[in-house]
Design a protein around this ligand. Structure first.
Ligand code: SF4
Length: 64
């Protein structure tokens, strides 16, 4: 699984970082999340799916 953030939609609320900090970093100065990993480790895939479900603007794009 790969994951990326659509910055045209992201509103910088930090939720993905709170749900899965292992995959989503958050820059407190830029108020922007970023993806830390190239490929999501299998044991974190469920947390990434949860983060995507909880991302209100639908900015988290999962590629299986
Ligand atoms: S949860 Fe969605 S809107 Fe919030 S910071 Fe992460 S990608 Fe952006």
């Amino acid at each position: 699984m790969k994951v990326k953030i659509d910055y045209d939609l992201c509103m910088g609320d930090e939720n993905c970082h709170k749900v899965c900090p292992e995959v989503f970093d958050f820059d407190q100065d830029k108020l922007q999340s970023s993806v830390r990993v190239d490929t999501v480790p299998p044991q974190l895939e469920d947390k990434v799916r949860q983060a995507a479900r909880e991302c209100a603007p639908g900015a988290i794009v999962i590629v299986e």
